[in-house]
Design a protein around this ligand. Structure first.
Ligand code: 5GP
Ligand code: ZN
Length: 161
């Protein structure tokens, strides 16, 4: 796969163009589309034909990055397989960079799908959150054994036919 190298001094002509079908589907009201298009400022750290990665404006920890598809899509349930794969691979590369360059001790990948799941920006994104021993982040739930009957009943509804 061809890797893009971002250069701030590229003229519009010299900058490699994303394929037309990837540019055509942006949402004029979406802040992430505007960052991708360069209409809003963003600290872009990586990009390829399908994805852009930029720094979160309110980082959970040092080096918190968002990886988004270039093509506007609302959430996990709507993103197409190739874009989802590309975002996952880009997130994996950023996780490695967090370890190697920021000396992170671990990394969380987080995606929120829907308001009930805390999604606030409705352009699909994966948070790449470097983790450091002793950092203040905590699990948002208290792990405790669930009722076996309730687990089994949910499993029955989720199980592939
Ligand atoms: P969500 O809550 O949808 O999972 O994540 C949205 C993320 O986008 C939040 O972590 C928030 O800090 C980040 N964010 C919101 N507005 C902006 C912005 O204008 N620029 C950047 N770089 N990040 C933003
Ligand atoms: Zn968008």
């Amino acid at each position: 796969m061809r890797r893009w190298r971002w250069r701030a001094n590229w003229s519009d002509e010299a900058r490699p163009a994303a394929p037309d079908n990837l540019l055509a589907m942006n949402d004029p009201d979406c802040i992430f589309c505007k960052i991708i298009a360069g209409e809003l400022p963003g600290q872009i750290v990586a990009q390829d034909e399908r994805t852009v990665a930029f720094m979160d404006i309110s980082p959970a920890t040092r080096g918190h990055v968002l990886v988004v598809p270039r093509r506007h899509v609302k959430d996990l349930l709507e993103i197409e397989a190739e874009d989802l794969s590309a975002v996952a691979l880009a997130a994996q590369r950023l996780a490695g960079r967090a370890r190697d360059r920021l000396h992170a001790d671990g990394v969380n990948l987080l995606n929120s799908c829907g308001r009930a799941a805390w999604q606030t920006v409705f352009h699909f994104h994966v948070h790449v959150i470097p983790r450091y021993e002793g950092d203040p982040l905590r699990l948002p739930w208290d792990p405790a054994p669930g009722s076996p009957e309730e687990i089994a009943s949910a499993a029955a509804e989720l199980r592939e036919d």
